[in-house]
Design a protein around this ligand. Sequence first.
Ligand SMILES: Cc1ncc(COP(=O)(O)O)c(C=O)c1O
Length: 456
Amino acid sequence: MQSDHALQQRAAHVGLQLGMDSADTSSTECQVGRGSSPGHLPGVPNSRMEGVTTLSCKSVQGKDMTAEWRDAIQQHLVKNGLARDTPNALMAIDVAQLERQAGKWRANFPRVQPFYAVKSLPDPVVLSTLVASGVNFDCASSAEIDAALEAGATPERIIFANPVKFPGDIKHAREVGVRKMTFDNDDELEKVATIFPDAEVVLRIVTDDSKSVCRLSNKYGAAIEDCSFLLERAKELRLKVIGVSFHVGSGSSEPTAFVDALRNARKVFDIAIELGLSPFRLLDIGGGFPGDDDGVITTKEIADVVNAALDQLFPGNDVEIISEPGRFFSHSSATLAARVIARRKVRTRTEEDPEVLYYIGDGVYGSFNCMLYDHYTPALPEMVPANESGLDRRVLQTRVFGPTCDGLDTIYDNVPLPHLDIGDFMVFRNMGAYTIAASSRFNGINRTEVTYVSTQ
Ligand SMILES: Cc1ncc(COP(=O)(O)O)c(C=O)c1O
């Protein structure tokens, strides 16, 4: 990864205009400027970084800038939503927040090179920003590989980290030169040996993911007892095994899961030596890192445990250590402003019934699919009126629905929210991870449009 100075230079190249603070901006009023693309970052298509709006907030020494950035993004979304007459919802992706997360990763995991899990937010500007920030990529398909390459990543900066792959995708990886790929069974080894004999394969082992929000080991990961057999089979097939990977489950809350997995990885490294394979040179500790520090566990708490285990089990520099964080980068990078498209006052109600039902322009078939697939509960939104007259601050018991005809399309059931009118905005923070990545056009409703900002 690169130094902060190098990063600033590269970001400036791609038009992110770092350090554009103006002397007369107050801490609450942020300046807005269009990102231009004066230079060209080698390998990063210039067009990708155009249209990033700089939101310059004056930094006050010793003051946490987070609230300033949030206000600036909220203002940007509402202003744009009104200017574009957005009927449904608008998302702002903050490229500077991605860069801050890259810095946070470097500070917390100095020995671990992140390969961003593209699946969590496969947006071209996100990928270009991460390329420029020195982050590499975990891809699950040909399309994700192509997106990472188009964003400027070289094939060596990509791991094809899907243990079961379409044959056509393995062929594509061979054609574009992406050699690193994971496996967890002998059928896959045979498939890879036939299609891409020069691949460098990484053995994914099972983990105890019982303390994670989204479990993965029900589907992937070889049992430790099976590893000797799999490594022998790779040897017979003349496939080069370069290391071990694991994933403790997405949204992991228990750092000991990493320690147990690291101990098992060490065992597999040792088995390879006993079997006379070339010493492994890659350890991939997967994803599962939190997207913010407001939950049950912080990045630092995980890092303290993981770094100590790495130093104990994998001392020295002969093994390259990588990871596959998705949520860590994507979660806090996106804010979503959904418009109230309809409202129903509940006239006949019991004690438990809400007083008013709101229907907003995005729901569980769109960006809020994370509520179903990622077990995510979005924090209550900020309410922003569309007109100058201000928000009616009366708090009512409400139920909030998405726009489709399905009753399942429910975002909140019985929550107290200020009174809103049709056309007003609900602004949801931390909406980057596993949101627009899997949204659909069910009921013919358009997907939420994306804008790009850079908060300074
Ligand atoms: C193989 C693999 N790597 C990385 C990730 C990213 O996980 P997270 O977003 O929890 O960091 C996933 C998520 O499903 C995954 O399946």
